[in-house]
Design a protein around this ligand. Structure first.
Ligand code: AMP
Length: 259
């Protein structure tokens, strides 16, 4: 953990350290299911890896971006605020995101582990996740899908997704067979997210640099971070991730607990 002269930052560091040590004190004989945290800038390919983990390992994909977009589409009082913040490229308040994640991960399908796509994005959210993992006897591992910043803008602006199955395309790198419709759902026009424009991507990348990149140091310091070169084909990246998860050793590739 990096030394800091900011008293508030020191406090957060100490709290995170103590949570981490409580976590590793959990009896090693207890099989810990895994919470897989995918970290990466907008357009790095976290969503694609999360979908593959869900399909191939049966782990639920929990995307805070998707859940917040679903809230934004409702008629609730909070929807307008969520819409505005998402459109700006900045982050939704920790308080709201944490409530959403707590509710979703308390469901039965998360008992065997789950994949977090887009959470945590701040140190406060990471602290909440440590508490949650500790209470549920789950183990947190983090994978950084690493792509250099100059490639990200093209990736994010070219991104399109199917509103039916969520399949992710890219008009530059992985175009659909027919113009702007899903290969599997030809009736469905692909979605271009309102925050995937060059101006919004710039803000989102700056937000990532300021608020999310510190998490890399945090997971690195507690030796729970894998670096994945995100410029490769999605299947190649997945194969490496799958191997690392197998080595971690608590789960078989069909999602059943091994011990
Ligand atoms: P994503 O789909 O992960 O790129 O997220 C889209 C937008 O949703 C972000 O730019 C934020 O406005 C919001 N968002 C998603 N996840 C979080 C989070 N963990 N914390 C705060 N805001 C989030």
């Amino acid at each position: 953990m990096k030394a800091s002269s900011d008293p508030e930052a020191v406090c957060v560091d100490e709290e995170l350290d103590s949570l981490f040590y409580r976590l590793i004190e959990v009896d090693e004989s207890i099989a810990l299911n895994m919470i897989i945290v995918l970290i990466g800038a907008p357009g790095a390919g976290k969503g694609t890896q999360a979908r593959l983990l869900e399909e191939r390992r049966g782990l639920p994909q929990i995307s805070t971006g998707d859940m917040l977009r679903a809230i934004a589409r409702t008629e609730t009082p909070i929807a307008k605020e969520v819409r505005a913040v998402q459109a700006s490229g900045k982050l939704i308040s920790d308080d709201l995101v944490i409530r959403v994640v707590q509710e979703r991960t308390s469901r039965e399908d998360c008992k065997g582990g789950f994949v977090l796509d887009g959470f945590p994005r701040t140190i406060v959210q990471a602290t909440m996740l440590e508490n949650l993992a500790f209470e549920q006897h789950q183990k947190v591992v983090a994978a950084l899908v690493d792509v250099q910043f100059d490639l990200l803008e093209m990736r994010a602006t070219g991104r399109r997704s199917c509103p039916v199955c969520g399949e992710i395309y890219n008009i530059h790198f992985k175009p659909p067979q027919k113009d702007n419709v899903c290969d599997l759902h030809p009736e469905a026009e692909l979605i271009h997210r309102a925050d995937d424009t060059p101006e919004k991507i710039k803000v989102r990348l700056a937000t990532y640099e300021q608020q999310t990149q510190p998490l890399i140091d945090y997971y690195e310091a507690s030796k729970r971070l894998w670096h994945l070169d995100g410029t490769r084909e999605a299947d190649v990246i997945y194969a490496e991730l799958d191997k690392l998860l197998n080595q971690e050793g608590h789960q078989t590739s069909d999602g059943e607990a091994r011990n």
